[in-house]
Design a protein around this ligand. Structure first.
Ligand code: HEC
Length: 146
């Protein structure tokens, strides 16, 4: 009986925390006029983008290029027959997302077709991939395909 009581108190406490967080979020939304996506509050730990993207490139070739293609255009040999198709990672849509959101996209996988990479790649490896995905878009825009 006593345990139920403790549990109810704990649940009540958690629900007030959730409401508090939502209130903060709404408040921020009002201040900046921006909506927040999951992951927006995560901070990319790498500031040297060139070196981070270089590390990301190796991880990308080994784990992602088969579906997303070497240039990230979504045209890898294993990706062609998938439903849905592997995304073009150089798209405006992905470019608009924060680093943290893309980090979560990679971590959590998508549509049951792309596995959640958080079980396979370390956090640092996933951030390197975010930096490499940014680099792929720059390459695409400047016409340099590496
Ligand atoms: C088995 C093929 C496959 C592999 C390997 C793969 N992906 Fe994907 N990926 C997909 C498919 C398919 C989608 C699109 C899912 C959808 O449209 O809902 C996707 C979507 C994504 C997205 C967008 C997800 C979203 O929620 O919008 C990102 C970012 C991404 N992949 C990055 C990566 C990275 C980085 C790797 C390597 C670690 C990788 N993918 C490896 C198939 C793959």
């Amino acid at each position: 009986m006593r345990y139920y009581f403790v549990l109810i108190i704990a649940l009540f406490f958690l629900s007030t925390l959730g409401a508090q967080e939502e209130a903060n979020n709404n408040h921020q939304k009002k201040e900046t006029g921006k909506t927040f996506a999951p992951g927006d509050n995560l901070k990319n730990p790498f500031t040297d983008k060139i070196s981070s993207a270089l590390d990301g490139k190796i991880i990308f070739i080994q784990n992602c290029a088969s579906c997303h293609g070497n240039e990230g255009l979504g045209n890898g040999p294993a990706g062609a027959s998938l439903i849905p198709k592997a995304d073009n990672l150089t798209s405006d849509e992905i470019a608009k997302r924060s680093d943290g959101e893309v980090f979560l996209n990679i971590s959590d996988g998508a549509s049951g077709v792309m596995i959640p990479w958080k079980f396979i790649l370390s956090e640092n490896q996933r951030w390197h991939l975010v930096d490499y995905i940014r680099q792929l878009r720059e390459n695409q825009n400047s016409g340099v395909l590496k």
